[in-house]
Design a protein. Structure first.
Length: 508
């Protein structure tokens, strides 16, 4: 036989691999090019607003809309929305409205005039002539009720400071997650503990326990997902067995017609309910629901396929998360996901926007929220396996820490507004029972330690829920397998019977 050099065989394969890498590189280059275009566009808008109106340089343009300001005359212009300001720029009139001066935002849906009315301490402003009026109102309302807030960590992993919208894309990142931290407050706290002879509260052990608890929860979630996949497989096996039985029943009818005239007459006057088959397989919903499952609710604006923003709540359960309908409770169809499917969280160049991308090619989940850090933090804690990507021009905040929980919802501008989310269920604290001369730092550590214990207890409760839910589902699957086994036995007997009847009809 002709022996070809190894290089002749491998060369086409190398060419094919090189071609694939080239296509991937070109796609990545195109994607990066698009990202950089968006970054540049958003930065130009931000620079224009900062220079023209002199607002703090930490502000970023989140979105802008063409509209009009009705102030004695219909004044056309552009509305720019940042974390803390509503800015209108017209050819003759310009207004800068801090969110902290806003009293109310009303969506006026009159028959003739459809406007957004903003009541402030400066007076009333009426905006109209929007192309995207609903979206603009939802964004204004969200930012009015929820001020964008970021929390940083000290060296020991505890909350260091809260910054309401005071985040930009410039300067160094030494005070961010993974860099250096300011520790003056921590040093003073430790000095007080040493002077007064108090034993240091061991928060590190609590964090390690929480990390182990999170691993157990992730393992439980993966096992639950496998049980759900197994249920779908059993459903398919059951359907296949039912299809086999249907074919045998149809064969039985055909043999009746061949064997006798009576069988032919019966087939002629009766409907053949077996000939058409059972149709396409439709897998039933085998999602396992936990009894009394608790959710963490984070207010968001969900970005729909047409790029519009609608109010929603991101509901994070023990093993999956979903975006709610307008009632902030019910799952919106097509927006529910298992944590194990999450591949990455992308903090977009458009401020306060986030993409969640998935391993199985599922369409990305897009949202806008004042609590981007809270969402990313929870995804990292609940999955432990995702990539966090910051697009150019975005600030790298802290994430992946239990200590950040409960600290990120303090940015609500309105204490009476609903939908502020439920991060931690507060319980009766024992901190008030300690001696009155205990310093505030130690009290704070004790409160944090109680929070750690509460969260470990919550994980134990969730593991109990998993155990009960899996037990119930496995019992159901065992019953289903018994039914399949019974159908298989009957089909086997009928197959032998039909084979015997056919053999009798064949001569010789």
């Amino acid at each position: 036989p002709l022996a070809l050099p190894l290089s002749c065989v491998c060369a086409p394969l190398r060419s094919l691999a090189s071609g694939s890498r080239l296509c991937a590189a070109m796609a990545l280059h195109t994607q990066n090019k698009d990202v950089m275009k968006k970054v540049q566009k958003m930065q130009e808008k931000t620079d224009h607003v900062l220079i023209t109106f002199g607002i703090p340089d930490t502000e970023k343009v989140i979105q802008d809309y063409h509209c009009s300001l009705d102030a004695s005359l219909l004044q056309q212009g552009q509305m720019y929305i940042t974390q803390n300001y509503i800015i209108f720029e017209g050819s003759k009139i310009s207004e800068v409205i801090p969110f902290q001066n806003v009293i109310s935002i009303i969506h006026n849906k009159g028959l003739i005039s459809k406007t957004i009315d903003i009541e402030t301490t400066q007076g009333k402003f009426v905006f109209g002539s929007f192309v995207h009026r609903e979206e603009c109102f939802h964004l204004l309302e969200h930012l009015f009720e929820h001020s964008p807030t970021y929390v940083y960590l000290d060296k020991d992993g505890g909350p260091l400071q809260s910054s309401s919208s005071n985040v930009d894309g410039d300067g160094d990142d030494d005070d961010m997650y993974g860099g250096g931290y300011t520790d003056n407050g921590v040093s003073q706290h430790k000095a007080q503990q040493q002077q007064q002879g108090y034993e240091k509260v061991d928060l590190r052990a609590g964090n390690e326990a929480l990390a182990k608890a999170a691993e157990l929860r992730a393992l439980g979630a993966a096992t639950l997902s496998e049980v759900e996949d197994q249920a779908v497989m059993i459903d398919r096996v059951g359907r296949d067995m039912a299809e086999v039985k249907n074919y045998l029943d149809h064969g039985d009818r055909v043999i009746d017609g061949i064997e006798s005239v009576a069988g032919q007459i019966k087939n002629a006057v009766t409907y053949d309910r077996y000939g058409g088959g059972l149709g396409a397989f439709e897998a039933p919903d085998r999602q396992i629901s936990l009894d009394d499952e608790s959710y963490m609710d984070i207010p968001i604006l969900l970005k729909l396929p047409n790029d519009s923003l609608v109010p929603s709540s991101l509901r994070l359960g023990a093993f999956r998360f979903f975006a709610s309908k307008e009632d902030m409770v019910t799952e919106r169809k097509g927006y529910g996901y298992d944590y194990e499917r999450v591949a990455s969280a992308v903090i977009r160049a458009r401020h306060q926007h986030l993409d969640i991308r998935f391993r199985d090619g599922t369409k990305r989940f897009r949202c806008c929220s004042s609590y981007i850090q809270a969402i990313v933090n929870e995804l990292v804690l609940r999955t432990r396996q995702i990539n966090v990507v910051f697009e150019p021009g975005t600030k790298e905040f802290s994430y992946g820490s239990i200590d950040l929980r409960g600290q990120m919802m303090s940015g609500s501008r309105s204490e009476t507004s609903g939908g502020t989310g439920q991060f931690i269920t507060q319980r009766a604290s024992l901190v008030n029972m300690v001696s009155s001369d205990v310093d505030q730092g130690t009290r704070s550590d004790l409160e944090q330690q109680e929070q750690q214990l509460d969260e470990v207890s919550e994980v134990v409760h969730e593991l109990g829920q998993i155990s009960r839910a899996m037990g119930t589902e496995l019992d159901r699957q065992i019953g289903q397998l018994d039914d399949i086994n019974h159908t298989a036995d009957k089909s086997n007997k009928k197959a032998h019977k039909n084979a015997y009847r056919v053999n009798r009809m064949v001569p010789g």
